[in-house]
Design a protein around this ligand. Structure first.
Ligand SMILES: [Zn+2]
Length: 166
């Protein structure tokens, strides 16, 4: 006899909160002020982005520093299969981006109006674009090729940083 799974329809609902701990300041400044904060080691001066509370090389505390919102793609790929949260964005790029002045690179989405691999490849300059409705999450911002920046920030759901020109 062929296997038949017996299924019962049910709903699982869980309300919970989680904390960003020592990195909370990054998410608060992102949400409230569209700032991208990294940290700088108080001993060796290494600038961590994404921020680390303590330097991973000399284990000394690091202090918050505001980063530029422009950077360079170090490695990237184009995403065709993703979770429900990003399904409408397919295809899009993701990559490790080293912000100008940072010593490390952060993983983030790279969107383009005309996505072709050469637009999001290693060495390309990108700039951060912010959601107008921010929640203090990594999805509050993404990167776009620098030459598309002005176009992205005029879209109704996104915005840039008015008083910063780097
Ligand atoms: Zn250090």
């Amino acid at each position: 006899m062929e296997f038949q799974a017996h299924q019962i329809k049910d709903i699982l609902k869980i309300d919970y909160r989680y904390t960003m701990g020592g990195q909370s300041k990054f998410f608060i400044e992102l949400m409230n002020n569209k700032k991208l904060l990294g940290t700088k080691c108080t001993k060796c001066g290494k600038i961590w982005m994404p921020p680390r509370i303590n330097c991973s090389e000399c284990y000394k505390p690091a202090k918050w520093v505001e980063m530029k919102q422009t950077g360079t793609i170090e490695v990237s790929t184009i995403v065709w299969y993703t979770t429900s949260a990003f399904i409408k964005a397919i295809p899009y790029g993701i990559g490790f981006i080293r912000l100008d002045g940072a010593d490390t690179a952060m993983l983030q989405g790279i969107f383009s109006e005309s996505l072709i691999p050469s637009k999001v490849k290693k060495g390309k300059k990108v700039r951060a674009v912010f959601q107008k409705e921010r929640e203090g999450k990594m999805t509050d911002f993404f990167f776009v090729p620098e030459d598309e920046y002005e176009s992205w920030i005029t879209k109704p759901e996104y915005e840039g940083v008015q008083n910063e020109r780097s």
